[in-house]
Design a protein around this ligand. Structure first.
Ligand code: HSE
Length: 396
């Protein structure tokens, strides 16, 4: 039998506790031994809860209990979660987490620390919720060189954009609806401003390319500027508006990573990823394109991924492999990256500033494929004559 603990008895932590208990025989079979939840760290009391007897308020109760071999960090944030994770890894405990903020900010350091201590640091739940993604990338696709990874990585914004398309309502109304349904948080800034997606694409890029890509290197634009009119224009040419996180290697093997609303053409499978679902596409040299799809958020999908990592840490408590990634990614400014662009003004325009273009309405058009630096140079000239409401990349 192996004893484990959970730090943070919120939505995810409570889901992990319930899943391990409710599916005990299945977990025992997968782990090869019973997994015993011994302690739960949380500042609050939970009278009447089925696990209330396991609650402790002292981190030292976990750290100083040599019987606890694996700890699930479900606290979130980068202060206590960071401090406790470092102490646990240094003390020879494996840590598994759903905390994308922490992994995106400190992944290279924590992976190195885990390696030095001969334990595991695992975070399948940090990207794509319940979708198995990081495991297949590092194991089953381990012989591939990745060229690109991109996708819809945030359920809240995808719910809002889907609902704007289906109900003809504007952003504020759809955000309130998402909050009422419990999808969006009361303070939705992290999601709608794109930072949650930036953290997730930074983790995917780090894993795909083997060097830590910090969120500060990810150009980030959220969905606050998307209006119903953009969505109608997108639909008129067979596109959907989606918040896309994307990371790719340029010709000099530098990483270009960005998060922005895109027009996604209906030929791209991400166009059909709706509501709170996530979809991720990997482009690799041997396998070609692979798509992952499923529930990217929510208590039990996320708990499924955390519990999967607990099983992995129990089965393989230390690994002889090098860390999944190290520091030192070279970052590209993306100036040579080629895209088509959707541009919308508030007045009728002459789009001949852009050599190749298709008009969508009197005030909106789509450019031909252009390098970023060329697009921005022409936009600077265009803006001198016309007010620009929005400019979004197109994903074919
Ligand atoms: N706020 C996140 C989302 C939660 O909406 O996708 C899962 O990371």
């Amino acid at each position: 039998m192996i004893s484990i603990a959970i730090m943070g008895y919120g939505t995810v932590g409570a889901g992990v506790a319930a899943l391990l208990e409710d599916n005990k025989s299945r977990v025992t079979r997968a782990a090869g031994t019973p997994v015993d939840l011994k302690k739960i760290l949380d500042l609050r009391e939970f009278p009447g809860d089925r696990f209330s007897s396991l609650i402790t308020h002292r981190f030292e109760d976990l750290l100083e209990d040599p019987g606890i071999r694996v700890v699930c960090e479900c606290m979130g944030g980068k202060t206590y979660a960071y401090e406790y994770t470092k102490k646990l890894l240094a003390a020879g405990r494996s840590v598994v987490t759903s905390n994308k903020d922490l992994v995106a900010a400190h992944g290279a350091e924590l992976l190195k620390l885990a390696k030095q201590s001969g334990v595991r640091y695992l975070f399948e739940a940090s990207v794509g919720g319940g979708i198995p993604l990081l495991g297949p990338m590092s194991r089953d696709l381990g012989a591939n060189r990745f060229r690109e990874v991109y996708g819809i990585l945030n359920g809240t914004t995808n719910y809002i954009l889907t609902s704007m398309a289906e109900s003809s309502a504007e952003f504020d109304v759809c955000l309130r609806e998402a909050q009422d349904l419990g999808y969006a948080e009361r303070n939705p800034a992290n999601d709608v401003e794109g930072r949650d997606t930036a953290n997730k694409i930074s983790i995917l890029a780090s894993l795909a390319f083997g060097k830590h890509v910090y969120p500060e290197s990810v150009e980030t634009e959220g969905i606050l500027g998307v209006s119903h009119e953009d969505i109608l224009l997108a639909e008129s040419i067979g596109c959907r508006v989606k918040l896309i996180g994307r990371a790719l290697l340029d010709e000099e093997e530098r990483v270009y990573a960005f998060v922005a609303p895109h027009f996604v053409s209906s030929v791209n499978r991400l166009a059909g990823v709706n509501g709170v679902f996530n979809g991720v596409i990997l482009r690799a040299d041997a396998v070609g394109d692979v798509m992952f799809y499923g529930r990217g958020a929510g208590r039990m999908p996320t708990a499924s991924a955390v519990a999967g990592d607990v099983i992995e840490a129990v089965r393989t408590p230390s690994s002889s492999l090098p860390p999944l990634w190290e520091d030192g990614a070279e970052i590209s400014d993306g100036s040579e990256h080629v895209s088509r662009w959707f541009v919308r003004s508030s007045v009728p325009v002459d789009a001949s500033y852009f050599e190749a273009f298709d008009m969508i309405s009197a005030s909106a058009f789509m450019t031909g494929p252009m390098k970023n630096h060329d697009f921005h140079r022409r936009m600077d000239l265009f803006r001198k004559k016309y007010p620009v409401v929005n400019a979004f990349r197109v994903l074919d």
